[in-house]
Design a protein around this ligand. Structure first.
Ligand SMILES: Nc1ncnc2c1ncn2[C@@H]1O[C@H](COP(=O)(O)OP(=O)(O)OP(=O)(O)O)[C@@H](O)[C@H]1O
Ligand SMILES: [Mg+2]
Length: 305
């Protein structure tokens, strides 16, 4: 990141939404040039709404949104929306070429730009089949290629790995990293914990239209959980009364469906030993792990609701 370069995106005190009540309130977000910033949060938190504000698809009612400054061309913002924006009757190559033209790329540069964008996402092997005949994962690659073709200053990728297999996720992660290394900023929206951990420099956790925390993923995890580990007991059916009281005595709390009991504490291994006999008797599985980004989102959004 270079502080002397204008940020790729600034949302300042933004209020925005669709009907009467706003979805985003007093919303502040900056994506620097050279960074991948991932917005995380539960369904309906307002992540896609923030993406739409960032690229001007919905107006700000209050505050200010500045994106892709320093690039005068039409293609300064590249959006790969959550619902793929592709012409189904055209092939990925034709779709990406159409976007290259819309971005105002000079005609002579377009073929090379299209090939580059298809190569970045690994889309080339299926680039000449109509989009309507492609699987969801290949459509995602084509969708991201279309967003990349204009070499945007700000790339917005909304759920780029939905329905994508493990091999393609590695390729898409590299595509985002290469894009920011070339000087763009990237706003990534994702529920894919592993992809975000691999790809993002910073994350922001959003719930009910408000940003609850932001920072580098490891620092946020350390801040929220310290040295605590998560003990998880998974059951095939809700626990018997005896087992439930034993789990509760040891400090574990049940999920809504009663199929999972959890405890966050520093001595999760000790607690695991204490509840193992009951968990075994119930046919359950006991695991201890480091809390991850999904746990962070749940922890912060539960605390705020
Ligand atoms: N086009 C729309 N018209 C009216 N309300 C909408 C529209 N799109 C979203 N909303 C509402 O705005 C709120 C935030 O939705 P948004 O799509 O931004 O959530 P999200 O965080 O992207 O969720 P998800 O993880 O499910 O994609 C929700 O209450 C949703 O119902
Ligand atoms: Mg969304």
């Amino acid at each position: 990141m270079d502080a002397s370069v204008a940020p790729a995106l600034v949302l300042k005190d933004v209020e925005a939404g669709y009907g009467e009540g706003p979805v985003l309130r007093d919303f502040n977000l900056t994506v620097a040039a050279g960074e991948v910033y991932a917005l995380l949060g539960p369904n309906g938190a307002g992540k896609s709404t923030a993406a739409r504000v960032a690229c001007g698809l919905i107006p700000v009612r209050r505050g200010r949104a500045t994106a892709g400054e320093g690039a005068p061309r039409r293609g300064r913002i590249g959006l790969a929306p959550q619902d793929c924006a592709l012409f189904p009757a055209l092939t990925p190559r034709e779709n990406v070429a159409a976007v290259a033209a819309l971005c105002g790329l000079p005609r002579s540069n377009r073929p090379a730009a299209v090939e580059r964008a298809l190569a970045l996402t690994g889309c080339a092997p299926r680039a000449d089949e109509p989009v309507h005949s492609l699987s969801g994962g290949w459509r995602r690659r084509a969708n991201l290629s279309a967003a990349l073709v204009g070499r945007p200053r700000l790339l917005i990728a909304d759920e780029p790995t939905e329905g994508v297999d493990a091999a393609a996720r590695v390729v898409l992660s590299s595509a985002l990293r290469e894009t920011v290394q070339a000087g763009a900023g990237c706003l990534l929206i994702s529920h894919d914990e592993a992809f975000v951990s691999e790809t993002a420099d910073r994350i922001g956790v959003l719930a009910q239209g408000r940003l609850l925390a932001e920072g580098p993923p490891k620092a946020l995890l350390r801040q929220a959980f310290g040295l605590a580990r998560l003990l998880v007991v998974k059951l095939p059916r809700p626990a018997s009364r005896l087992a439930a009281s034993r789990f509760a005595q040891s400090g574990l709390a049940p999920s809504k469906d009663g199929l999972e009991w959890r405890l966050l504490c520093e001595d999760a291994l000790g607690a695991a030993q204490r509840v193992s006999p009951e968990a075994d008797a119930e046919g359950g599985e006991v695991a201890v792990r480091r809390p991850g980004l999904d746990d962070l989102v749940a922890h912060l959004s539960d605390a705020s609701s």
